[in-house]
Design a protein around this ligand. Structure first.
Ligand SMILES: O=c1[nH]cnc2c1ncn2[C@@H]1O[C@H](CO)[C@@H](O)[C@H]1O
Length: 314
């Protein structure tokens, strides 16, 4: 008997690699996308919502609801900057796309997350591709959320490699989410930096007539230019697609388990530190007696890239 597709909500700040992940999800029969929620990060939240609606229109999937997320950080501070130098001023490679026709639903992202988890207890996976504010708000709003939500697969943390938001920190990590007790799988940039779309992969996308391949060829130009400047490579890291595919097929990564804390202030703000669950210390630490999460440590990069190519070329 065929198993039912896994219901997923993608929390996203599109974003070029977000666009790839959203299209991949729509091409993955293992999952059913029941909504997109938006957040600041690669762009401000208003533009993230506009881009989410636009991407669903490109895909012909305007049946999928978009719920707009928070405009401010968890501490209620306005978001200071976005990474338009990575994704272009419009977040989608400066392609002058027309505004979408659709509108977000009335429910906020956090309300949508809470309510969907409540009506499908244990059945919804959130794939969180941006800063984790909406997820943290859902956790704070409803004490039942961490029980109701099936899993949170998040792109977040850098786990002992340099960050990309600052040398200590990856752009997305949030302490509230890591110690919430929810079933969390964290895929950090120590892992996603191993998954590279090469220049020749991009040429294959460019020569395909597929709708998604054509669209992505246009927006990838800015993303490749950024990687060439920042990392001196003719390739692009597949952050969001890797996290999405880890939710689709967990066998693509291997994991360790332990408590993750996120530094919330000081020069290492955003630093993620994992304490392996089997390790004990002679003193009580800020990691002691806190819930464990799964943290990806290795990835089958060739298989991830092949899945990305096969599904986006078709
Ligand atoms: O250099 C960067 N700085 C900040 N964010 C980035 C950069 N490159 C990619 N992303 C975005 O942040 C997430 C990975 O941390 C990905 O979602 C990607 O879209």
């Amino acid at each position: 008997m065929a198993t039912e597709p896994k219901k997923i909500i993608i929390d996203t700040d599109p974003g070029i690699d977000d666009a790839m992940a959203i299209f991949l999800a729509l091409r993955s029969p293992e999952v059913e996308v029941i909504g997109l929620t938006t957040i600041y990060g690669n762009v401000y939240t208003t533009l993230a919502t506009r881009n989410a609606l636009h991407l669903l229109e490109v895909a012909g999937r305007t049946d999928i609801p978009v719920a707009e997320g928070s405009h401010v950080t968890l501490n209620k501070e306005p978001k200071l900057g976005v990474t338009d130098f990575v994704h272009g001023a419009d977040g989608l490679g400066n392609q002058n796309f027309p505004p979408p026709n659709g509108k977000p639903i009335e429910e906020s992202a956090a309300d949508f997350l809470v309510n969907q988890a409540k009506v499908n207890p244990g059945k919804v996976t959130v794939v969180a591709l941006g800063p984790l504010t909406n997820i943290a708000l859902a956790i704070q709003m409803d004490p039942e959320f961490v029980k109701n939500i099936g899993q949170i697969v998040l792109l977040g943390g850098s786990f002992a490699v340099n960050g990309n938001a600052n040398p200590a920190a990856e752009a997305n990590a949030a302490d509230v989410v890591f110690i919430s007790g929810a079933n969390v799988l964290a895929v950090g940039i120590n892992v996603t930096h191993q998954v590279v779309l090469s220049g020749s992969d991009r040429e294959k996308l460019a020569s395909s007539k597929g709708k998604f391949a054509q669209y992505l060829t246009g927006i990838l130009e800015v993303y490749f230019a950024y990687h060439f400047d920042a990392y001196n490579t003719n390739g692009a890291y597949l952050h969001d697609p890797t996290a999405l595919l880890a939710a689709v097929d967990p066998s693509l990564v291997t994991c360790t388990e332990g408590t993750v804390r996120v530094q919330t202030s000081g020069i290492t703000r955003g630093l993620t530190i994992l304490c392996n669950k089997h390790k004990s210390f002679g003193e009580i630490t800020e990691w002691s007696n806190k819930p464990s999460v799964k943290v990806a440590v290795t990835v089958d990069a060739p298989r991830v890239v092949k899945l990305v190519m096969d599904r986006l070329l078709s």
